[in-house]
Design a binder for this molecule. Structure first.
Ligand code: HEC
Length: 180
């Protein structure tokens, strides 16, 4: 079987992105398993080769099963919050944008099966700090959004949004999760 070299991975990513550009209106969430396999065959890849083998240097952090699933669910909710905030900023509704950030990314956002921040105890301290930093940046963004109702300062919103998403990127670059 052909090994996935960095070059073939790059080619795959290029093919995949031009593919999705050409079919922008296709809803990939409606893809069946069969469709997926067809696409992989079309791209010359068997199912087992579809997982990119990259040199993953991220630290593996193990959570108990329930915390693992709840944390990933919480992560998806974080992304939803960023998305909702951006949509509301785009339509000029800064207060709604602030509410989306507070609700989906603020300090009140619970982690873990046993309520508030119970997953924290399984995190290495660097990860805890990045998580805390994320909530701090989220609060700063929410304040800026509420101010923007008066100032209309979109530059400041972008700055705070970049600060916030830098925390997501930093943590994702450093850690990965597993269930034990
Ligand atoms: C303190 C660390 C940390 C921060 C901060 C963080 N994440 Fe994550 N996130 C993770 C880890 C760890 C994973 C699992 C990655 C893996 O195992 O490959 C993850 C996974 C995810 C996933 C995938 C969820 C799934 O179902 O697989 C999404 C989406 C996500 N994060 C969004 C965000 C967004 C958006 C932000 C910032 C607003 C954010 N995360 C901030 C640590 C973090």
């Amino acid at each position: 079987m052909k090994k996935l070299t960095p070059l073939s991975l790059a080619l795959f990513l290029m093919t995949a992105s031009s593919h999705s550009m050409a079919e922008m209106s296709v809803d990939h969430s409606k893809m069946t398993q069969q469709d997926h396999e067809m696409m992989m065959k079309h791209l010359g890849m068997a199912e087992e080769e579809a997982t990119p083998i990259v040199n993953d240097q991220r630290e593996l952090v193990l959570f108990p099963e329930a915390e693992y699933h709840l944390t990933l669910q919480n992560m998806r909710d974080h992304l939803r919050g960023v998305n909702l905030a951006l949509m509301n900023v785009a339509s000029g509704d800064y207060v709604k944008a602030a509410e989306a950030i507070e609700q989906h990314l603020g300090f009140g956002n619970s982690h873990g099966a046993n309520g508030l921040h119970s997953a924290r105890e399984y995190m290495p301290s660097g990860m805890q700090m990045l998580g805390h930093g994320m909530h701090t940046k989220a609060n700063a963004l929410a304040t800026t959004l509420r101010d923007a109702e008066i100032t209309e300062d979109s530059q400041e919103i972008f700055l705070k949004m970049a600060d916030l998403t830098s925390q997501c990127v930093a943590c994702h670059d450093a850690y990965r999760l597993g269930a034990e």
